[in-house]
Each structure stands twice: as C-alpha cells, then as structure tokens.
Design a protein around this ligand. Structure first.
Ligand SMILES: Nc1ncnc2c1ncn2[C@@H]1O[C@H](COP(=O)(O)OP(=O)(O)OP(=O)(O)O)[C@@H](O)[C@H]1O
Ligand SMILES: O=C(O)C1=C[C@@H](O)[C@@H](O)[C@H](O)C1
Ligand SMILES: [Mg+2]
Length: 205
C-alpha cells in the first residue's frame, strides 16, 4: 500500500501514529523550526495557534503580537511609516523567530500578508507550513466592524475578498498542509487535525 499523505493521516482517528513513538522518532531528526500558520486575515491563525498551545502542549508565538509588543499598534505603524516599513519589520521578526532554537516545534502564526514578501517566502523554505483556508462568508461577521486591520479599509469584506484573490496562489504554493476553517468549524476540531497532520509530516521532506 502506498504511504499515506499527511492530510490522510490527519483525520484518520484510530490509525493515527502513536504520539510517544513519533516524539521519540523526531528527536533524531534535524531541527526544522516552528510550524508556521499562514492564511488570510481573520481566518483564525492566532486563535488556532493559541488553542494548540493550551490544549496540545505546543509553544506559541505570533508575529503580529511580537511586533505590537516591540513597536506598537499595527494600524499606527501603517499610518506613521507606511506599509513598506511594516513589511520590513514583519520580515525581520519572522526571520528572527524561525532562526531561534527556543521556538523549535512551536506553532508560529504570521500575519496574513507576510507570505507576500519575497524575503519571507525564501525564509520559509524547508519549514513546515500550514495554510488555514477560509471563505468570505465565514469571515464576514468577524471583520465587518474592523478597525484594527489597516489593509481592510474602507470596506472590510470587499477588501478581504480582493486581497485573498491576490494571495491565494501564494498560500497554496507554500502549504505543506491545508486546514479548512470554513463554516465555523470548531477550533478544537481544527487543532486535532493540525496536530495529526504535523505528526504525519515527521520524516517528510
Ligand atoms: N473557528 C472559529 N470559530 C469561531 N470564531 C473564530 C474561529 N476562529 C477564529 N475566530 C475568531 O475570529 C477572529 C479572528 O481570529 P484571529 O485573530 O485568530 O485571526 P488571524 O487569522 O490571526 O487574523 P490576522 O491575520 O489578522 O492576524 C477572532 O475574534 C477569533 O476569536
Ligand atoms: O493581511 C495583512 O496584510 C495583515 C494582516 C494582519 O495580521 C497584520 O499583520 C496586518 O494588519 C496586515
Ligand atoms: Mg493573527
């Protein structure tokens, strides 16, 4: 029988790999850095990463949160210095986390626009990348009253849809694993799928 793909392994219940065995196998592998969560604005990347930290024992790190803690509110960075400046800060922050052994095996959520920066894409090569895919209908109530995401002004749902069209191919090309977040799937369900898929990636690539 051909080996299962990570996606098949992810939701397969009974035949999932034994966690203890996978952990001990992975100890012998070269470090591969954090697991990187990509996807459009408000897909739930930060929410999912936090859930994985709370309930599945992963370390959690979020690029936007690091930027805010060091440089202040994102909308103000955009207003004062412009998008280009923010993208440089974002790329520097991501490179720093990817290179930090403290975050080996952590879940790392990055901002929706991060994969569009060529330097970020290059830096992601060889890392495990999970794309959180979602449709506009599911996201609409989350962003309708948006004030904090400068890219979504002035019409959040229309801008979100337009931006996803520009980014979709890039997200798909980078993804090792795709998790579907459409239809308000429960975060616990997605977390279990991601955890299973990541275990399936052990020894991959
Ligand atoms: N599965 C879900 N069910 C219900 N609400 C959710 C779900 N996922 C995310 N949300 C809610 O949607 C909002 C956006 O989620 P989150 O901030 O995690 O998005 P994000 O992908 O990190 O976006 P950004 O790229 O802007 O950082 C949050 O208020 C969160 O509570
Ligand atoms: O998709 C984007 O371009 C952005 C997403 C957010 O996470 C922030 O990184 C910022 O608001 C830009
Ligand atoms: Mg986020």
């Amino acid at each position: 029988m051909p080996p299962k793909s990570p996606l098949e392994t992810a939701g397969s219940g009974d035949d999932r790999l034994d966690p203890v065995l996978v952990r001990s196998l992975s100890e012998h592998e070269a470090p591969r850095g954090p697991i990187v969560l990509i996807g459009p604005m408000a897909a739930g990347k930060s929410f999912l990463a936090l859930h994985l930290a709370k309930f599945h024992g992963y370390k959690f790190v979020d690029a936007d949160q690091l930027i805010v803690s060091r440089h202040g509110v994102i909308s103000e960075i955009f207003e004062t210095y412009g998008e280009r400046y923010f993208r440089d800060l974002e790329a520097d922050t991501i490179a720093e986390v990817l290179g930090d052994p403290e975050y080996e095996g952590a879940v790392f959520s990055v901002g929706g626009g991060a994969p569009m920066t060529p330097r970020v894409r290059e830096r992601l090569a060889g890392h495990r990348v999970v794309y959180l895919r979602i449709d506009a209908e599911t996201v609409a109530p989350r962003i309708a009253g948006n004030t904090s995401r400068p890219m979504l002004r002035p019409d959040p749902v229309a801008r979100w849809t337009e931006i996803l069209e520009q980014r979709r191919e890039t997200y798909e090309a980078l993804a090792d694993v795709v998790i579907d977040a459409s239809g308000d799937r429960s975060i616990a369900d997605m977390a279990r799928e991601l955890d299973g898929a990541v275990r399936g990636l052990t020894g991959d690539r």
